[in-house]
Write a protein that binds this ligand. Structure first.
Ligand code: NAD
Length: 535
């Protein structure tokens, strides 16, 4: 096991020898993460890693948290071979027994909920309550999958032929590769792992190269449960690394299903690569989400709802609110109230309980924020709030940016300011007169992940959720664009990739479906009355 079981006090004193700040050493020690040597970032039943060494960098302080041995091509190949072997064993274990394994994984995660949440905060940069919330989401989907393990039912279909039954049967699929993005370094893997394990598959995870520590800590907890149950660790393989590791998994015929979460740019490459070898894929790609506020909306709900959607996670959720369409009658009042909230939020260490705004994940995201604001200025957009760097931030080397509200002059949704997902806290505003106009704008971008309407009028709700309404995968009313629960299937339409994960019917993608016609009669009639007899 990668985590040496040692007294945390010893770990703490050695941390300080390496010069880690106490805010870092406290979080790492709580998970027994070693610090005085490179950490192995590959797991296939054993911890190893013979590829390049990458560093995990804290977005708040710029500190190097750890150095990770990533997967070499040989490591990836071996992990896949072992995953296949593990699958061949695991697929014959009855689903409710697999559910029992998930129940234990749930317990393992719950025991380390706060510690893991703090690690997410440290490595990804989201505030602590959201870091812990992500682990809670993994716990929730484990609960869901435990129940599911007794309900992954096929069905009996009426046959047109006498003495025949047709069964639709779900069986385990094989090896599932999970490629995940930096911004949800726990939950997205959890959604996939829970359903994949319940379905009887082996899973190989390639996390974002910028959140390797979190993936190692999560895998360690899950692997411990498998070890205790004498199951092969290769059921939950981990291959840290960058693009090359991802490409190998995506291109491998040993992988039946690729579940990819990330940008549209990479998703397009991944989708094409998987389809070219007739593999299965689930694509969860970028969003460009809008909130629409009607004149009858309850602004005491809508203003904070939009505020959380746009500024929460420093604008780094796939479901973050990026476009705001305000009805002319309430636009001024809404913006005044929203600006007050923006002015009140202070950047801070996301590990502190009262911080609501942490850093962006990387320095390149800070550059993206700046170039997007430069572009807004170049098209004469009005910058209502933000648009500058903070004069004072808690950490000089942190990736802090000021959340920004802008009103572009044009409402041409094909302009890149409207049609592109900028993964930073920039909210673009437009004013409309009729709901139909706002729905048209909502639907006029390539992406189709999340959307929200604020209204108290039932007629608006009907329009919004009906055939002429929002074309997104998530269509909310009086609830913001971000903050989904695990019970419903999660995902977006159009260039967001049409993927669905987590609840609902998402599990059906993780199995191999067979239609089985069983003849228990003494005749062998053909369907549709076809006659193929020499008599
Ligand atoms: P990214 O596309 O840069 O990377 C995602 C993953 O793909 C990483 O693990 C990366 O190493 C890997 N990768 C990169 N190139 C690859 C290649 N050629 N082949 C295979 N794998 C490759 O995304 P990111 O910056 O980590 O995450 C942010 C993006 O993810 C945003 O667009 C966000 O909207 C999206 N996202 C979507 C959802 C959703 O559910 N729809 C959820 C979270 C994030």
């Amino acid at each position: 096991m990668f985590i040496a079981k040692r007294a945390s006090q010893l770990t703490l004193s050695l941390h300080s020898k390496r010069g880690l700040s106490s805010r870092v050493s406290g979080v790492l020690s709580a998970l027994n993460i070693p610090f005085n040597k490179e950490i192995n970032g590959v797991y296939d039943g054993q911890w190893k890693g013979s590829g390049e060494v990458i560093e995990s960098i804290c977005p708040t302080t710029g500190e190097t948290l750890a150095r990770i041995n990533t997967a070499s091509p040989a490591d990836v190949a071996e992990t896949l071979t072992k995953a296949r072997k593990a699958y061949l064993q695991f697929r014959d274990i009855p689903a409710p027994r697999r559910g029992e394994i998930l129940r234990q994984i749930r317990e393992g995660l719950a025991n380390k909920r706060e510690e893991l949440g703090a690690l997410v905060t440290l490595e990804m940069g989201k505030i602590r309550t959201e870091g812990v919330g992500e682990v809670q989401e993994f716990i929730d989907i484990c609960d869901y999958a435990v129940g599911l393990s007794r309900m992954m039912n096929g069905r009996v279909v009426a046959s047109e032929r006498p003495g025949h039954s047709i069964l639709e049967v779900p069986n385990p699929l094989g090896v599932v590769a999970v490629l995940s993005a930096f911004n949800f370094p726990v939950a997205v893997y959890g959604w996939n792992l829970a359903l994949s394990l319940a379905a009887g598959n082996a899973t190989v995870w390639k996390p974002s190269p910028t959140t390797p520590l979190t993936s190692i800590a999560v895998t360690s907890i899950v692997a411990e449960v498998l070890e205790k149950n004498n199951l092969p660790g290769a059921l939950v393989g981990l291959v840290t690394g960058g693009q090359a590791v991802g490409e190998t998994l995506v291109g491998s015929k040993e992988v039946e299903l690729v579940s990819f979460t990330g940008s549209e740019r990479v998703g397009r490459i991944v989708g094409q690569a998987v389809v070219s070898r007739f593999g299965k894929s689930i694509l969860e790609l970028g969003g460009n989400n809008a909130s629409i506020v009607m004149p009858d909306a309850d602004l005491s709900l809508a203003v904070p709802g939009v505020f959380f959607g746009a500024v929460g996670t420093a604008g780094q959720r796939c479901t973050s609110t990026r476009r705001l369409f305000l009805h002319r009658d309430i636009a001024n009042e809404f913006l005044e109230r929203l600006k007050k909230l923006y002015a009140a939020i202070k950047p801070g260490d996301p590990l502190e309980d009262d911080t609501l705004l942490g850093p962006l994940h990387t320095s390149s995201a800070v550059k993206l924020h700046k170039t997007t604001i430069d572009y807004l200025r170049s098209i004469d957009a009005e910058i209502l709030f933000g648009g500058k760097d903070y004069d004072v931030t808690p950490y000089a080397n942190g990736n802090f940016v000021q959340p920004t509200i802008a009103v572009p002059k044009s409402v041409d949704m094909s302009d890149r300011i409207w049609s592109t997902e900028t993964f930073a806290p920039i909210l673009n505003v437009a004013i409309f007169n009729e709901l139909e106009e706002a729905i048209r704008w909502n639907n006029a971008v390539p992406q189709g992940l999340s959307s929200s309407l604020w209204t108290r009028d039932l007629r608006n709700v009907g329009k919004w959720t009906g055939p002429s309404g929002s074309d997104a995968g998530i269509v909310n009313v009086n609830a913001g664009t971000s903050g989904a629960e695990i019970g419903a299937s999660f995902g977006g339409n159009k260039s967001t990739g049409w993927g669905r994960e987590s609840g609902g019917d998402a599990w059906k993608q993780y199995v191999r479906w067979s239609a089985c016609t069983i003849n228990f009669s003494n005749e062998a009639p053909l369907a549709q009355g076809v006659n193929f007899s020499l008599d």
